[in-house]
Design a protein around this ligand. Structure first.
Ligand SMILES: [Ca+2]
Length: 330
């Protein structure tokens, strides 16, 4: 087979090149023969190097595959465990130093969290106890509120009953007072009629109880100077003695009373209309000449009772709650 190589095949064919016949060659043809040999050798060398590279690459690839397989097995053993046990146990059997440190850190964290959990549990227990106490306290408070509400309702009902009874008693007292005043008026009228019909017995038969003072045809009781009472209690004292607070109808009578007490209650109060004045026997005041100058002034809108003053020799309206001496008549 003729060998062609870059246009030199014709020379090769013409020469019928053989290594055993170098002498037949010309100097120029010998040079071309060595160049061909050089080319062939270079090609062979290249092929050899290529082959060697292929072999080395194949060998290296095989080794890499082996190492990769070993690495894969090692990783699988690491994760799965060589003897079928969890990898964590194998790691705990022979833990690396860094894992040991991490394990200690995690153990410390675990201990810290456990301590915190214990404290939280204790706090939770304490709060549960407090919650139980609060629930019991709330129940007691609710019960107390219920009982107090019941008591309030009962007291309100009793208050209404007492108020009704008070109103009834007040009405009865007013009716009795009117009856009493009517009886006293009848008595006085009868006494006057009797005195008119029996003028001789007028002076001798009008007797006053002890501690009473007779003046004209009336008897007067003057309270002890050491005793002071408000208007209502003063009038009660007079009534308990069979009389009532004095009704002054003349200058003579006014002078008689003021000589015995410097200041004393008389039986005159403000009427319900707020303007007129009424005596204890129910009659309306007609003679207004005995008031002090500027009186009655109803100071602070609370002066509904009348006192007599020796210094002023006249009357003055004052609060009924004031305490003075008092003068009764019968
Ligand atoms: Ca006054």
């Amino acid at each position: 087979m003729p060998l062609k190589f870059n246009g030199q095949s014709e020379e090769l064919e013409g020469d019928g090149w053989s290594p055993l016949a170098p002498a037949r060659r010309s100097p120029a043809g010998s040079c071309r023969s060595r160049s061909s040999v050089c080319w062939i050798g270079a090609v062979a060398l290249c092929l050899g190097l290529l082959l060697l590279s292929v072999i080395l690459v194949a060998h290296t690839t095989n080794k890499v595959n082996q190492w990769d397989a070993k690495y894969t097995d090692l990783m699988e053993q690491l994760w799965k465990g060589q003897d079928g046990q969890p990898a964590e146990q194998n790691m705990l059997r022979a833990p690396p130093s860094n894992l040991t440190r991490e394990l200690k850190v995690m153990q410390n964290q675990h201990n810290t969290l456990a301590a915190s959990l214990d404290r939280l549990q204790e706090e939770l227990n304490r709060l549960n106890v407090n919650r139980t106490d609060l629930i019991q306290l709330d129940a007691r408070c609710s019960n107390m509120i219920y009982e107090l509400s019941k008591s309030k309702k009962n007291l309100t009902a009793e208050q209404e009953q007492l108020k009704t009874q008070f109103n009834n008693l007040t009405g009865e007292m007013e009716a009795l007072q009117k009856q009493y005043d009517s009886v006293v008026a009848s008595r006085d009228q009868l006494q006057e009629e009797f005195d008119r019909l029996n003028p001789k017995s007028n002076v001798t038969e009008r007797m006053c109880p002890s501690s009473w003072i007779k003046f004209g045809n009336k008897c007067y009781f003057v309270s002890p100077s050491s005793q002071k009472k408000n208007y209502a209690n003063s009038r009660k004292d007079c009534q308990s003695r069979g009389g009532d607070l004095v009704k002054i109808t003349s200058r003579l009578e006014l002078d008689f009373v003021k000589t015995h007490r410097a200041i004393a209650w008389i039986g005159l109060t403000r009427a319900e209309d707020g303007h007129s004045w009424v005596w204890v026997d129910g009659t309306t005041l007609e003679n207004h000449e005995f008031w002090q100058d500027g009186e009655p002034n109803n100071a602070d809108m609370e002066e509904d009772c009348v006192e007599i003053s020796r210094e002023a020799s006249a009357w003055n309206d004052v609060p009924c709650s004031r305490s003075f001496s008092w003068v009764c008549e019968s």
